[in-house]
Design a protein around this ligand. Structure first.
Ligand code: MG
Ligand code: ZN
Length: 199
């Protein structure tokens, strides 16, 4: 939506919390160092923050959709220690090939498909072209590019492997950051640089 609000869409595992390969329970969730403060500074600047997470562990039967609310409550509680908040959490429980009905379908929400970004656009009046996608995998970069957003690849989680994957596939993130901390610094510079050439 042109003229809409700016959002930062954050991948969850390996970007906001440590990658543990199919996180199944709240006690497995640990924030990446600095994630709380970084998200808080987006909140303070009036920028929307939304999680967009592929959770094919649901389709694969590693956890159920009913397990996700308590995991996300833990995530929100951890962020609250830094007085940080997420405006929305979107997830895709599907997988095109693996698992059981009703989840083993080709959906429009599994990244790199753009369904979760489109829902954010609709739900919150977001201008996707002025928005940002931050993640540790090639699909995070691809989904951002597909809607004209600015993309940041972080080197936490699977990030280091993703660098080579992106190069091989000719997919170029706008910025590569050691972690969400530097990703948010970059985003704030991008947004404010547009008004203030002295910074
Ligand atoms: Mg990830
Ligand atoms: Zn899906």
């Amino acid at each position: 939506m042109r003229g809409g609000r700016i959002a930062v869409f954050l991948d969850r595992d390996g970007t906001v919390n440590e990658e543990v390969e199919f996180l199944r329970t709240p006690d497995q969730l640990r924030l990446i160092t600095g994630a709380g403060t970084a998200i808080r500074s987006l909140n303070d600047h009036g920028i929307l923050t939304c999680i967009i997470s592929n959770q094919s562990g649901v389709a694969r039967g590693f956890l159920t959709e009913e397990d996700l609310p308590s995991i996300h409550e833990k995530l929100r509680n951890e962020l609250l220690h830094s007085r940080a908040r997420l405006d929305k959490i979107y997830y895709c429980p599907h997988h095109p090939a693996e698992g059981k009905p009703p989840y083993n379908i080709v959906c429009d929400c599994r990244k790199p498909a753009t369904g979760m970004l489109r829902r954010g656009e609709e739900d919150m009046g977001i201008d996707l072209e002025r928005s940002f996608v931050v993640g540790d995998r090639i699909v995070d970069v691809q989904v951002g590019k597909a809607v004209g957003a600015t993309t940041v690849l972080v080197l936490t989680g699977y990030g280091r492997t993703s660098v080579a994957e992106c190069i091989a596939a000719g997919v170029r993130p706008d910025f590569t950051a050691p972690s969400i901390v530097e990703a948010v610094d970059f985003i704030l510079r991008r947004i404010h640089g547009a008004h203030d050439s002295s910074t």
